[in-house]
Design a protein around this ligand. Sequence first.
Ligand code: FAD
Ligand code: DHB
Length: 396
Amino acid sequence: MTASTQVAIVGAGPAGLLLSHLLALRGIDSIVVENRSRAYCEARQRAGLLEAGTTELLRGVGLGQRMDAEGLEHGGIYLQFAGERHHLDFKDLTGGRWVTIYAQTEIVKDLIQARLAAGAQLEFEVSDTEVADLDQDRPLLRYTDAAGTRHEVRCEAIAGCDGFHGICRDSMPPGLVQVAERGYPYSWLGILATVPPSTDELIYARHEDGFALHTMRTRQVSRLYLQVSADEDIERWPDDRIWAELRHRLGVPGWQLKDGPITEKAITPMRSFVASPMRYRRLFLAGDAAHIVPPTGAKGLNLAMADVTVLATALTSLLRDGDPAPADAYSDASLRRVWRATHFSWWMTSMLHVDPGPDRFGPELQLAQLRYVTSSRAAATTLAENYTGYYPLHWP
Ligand code: FAD
Ligand code: DHB
């Protein structure tokens, strides 16, 4: 089967779905192909924290209804170390900025529902996705649909929103893409539990035995993370051990961690990875397809949505107005924001995780930095400004 569209989007994660939605608002047609099922995409547990600019964008493009009803607005976080819990008041530090807890699963559900209601072409459970003719002005997307029919879609641009393990980044010409990356000698064990959060705002705890984070999804569902070793086996973590370790690392006098049934647990490796450029002619990479940050500081999802906001404007200029300048600027503009978030995520990660090494130098530096961030308004403001989102998003 052959067809044509303006933009072929690979991947129905937050980046691909939001891009398709934004393009439709500008009258640009797209197809989105996704190799997982709709149910899988809607249930995949990942991020949960939105920068102020991300919520403003979602609201501005008609996707804020459920987020506004169900999301939890937080005006700060707790930083815990040396057995003491300190509050950082973002609203005070940044002149009113905040963050919102609203799970990635819910954003994906809202986006899929909005795209299908608008009659969008959204194909789940495709296989053998390929992009071709990338040196031409009308490249090609090929895929096999869920029923086994092979399709070829001629388009004017391809958006690689297919995540870290997708095919688009590797389809760029050999030698073009430069990678800068950093591994970390630990992973996160994350759980979802049916129990009201034991805190009003997120707790980031540096403990001698490893980092712990108490976050949440709703007023009834808690999300918690523990630093574990890079090669940890989840089988070694029965539920009782997880709760005991969380109580140990998050505990402060006079505070209790409520436990409850664990409905999901998984181990996520930590990595910083930036591929550049994010564009080759009419192929544009966005989100995790181009860059990965360690989760500390919750930048991955926000970066993915910021990329496609810039990309939607660039593609509109290119395809509707014949102006290539914003598309030419896309990679450099995105990479500036990506590197800022890469630095912040690396900094938060390095400050809060215990490195498996015997020397005292690293831990003492961490404690010095944590004392500084919790005692100097200038240092606290740096954290708050980065956390709530330093770069404003423009969606005219
Ligand atoms: P993705 O969400 O990865 O979407 C890419 C989509 O492309 C997927 O649906 C995939 O199935 C599809 N795809 C891949 N290959 C193909 C193909 N060949 N053909 C068709 N479709 C394809 N960020 C945070 O901020 N906080 C967190 O707590 C957090 N936790 C995370 C936990 C895990 C396990 C992971 C993997 C990531 C986490 N992140 C977190 C990062 C955040 O979830 C991502 O940055 C975000 O999902 C990026 O969105 P995306 O649309 O770019 O990529
Ligand atoms: C969440 C994850 C993070 O990495 C973080 O820094 C804050 C919140 C979350 O899953 O809610």
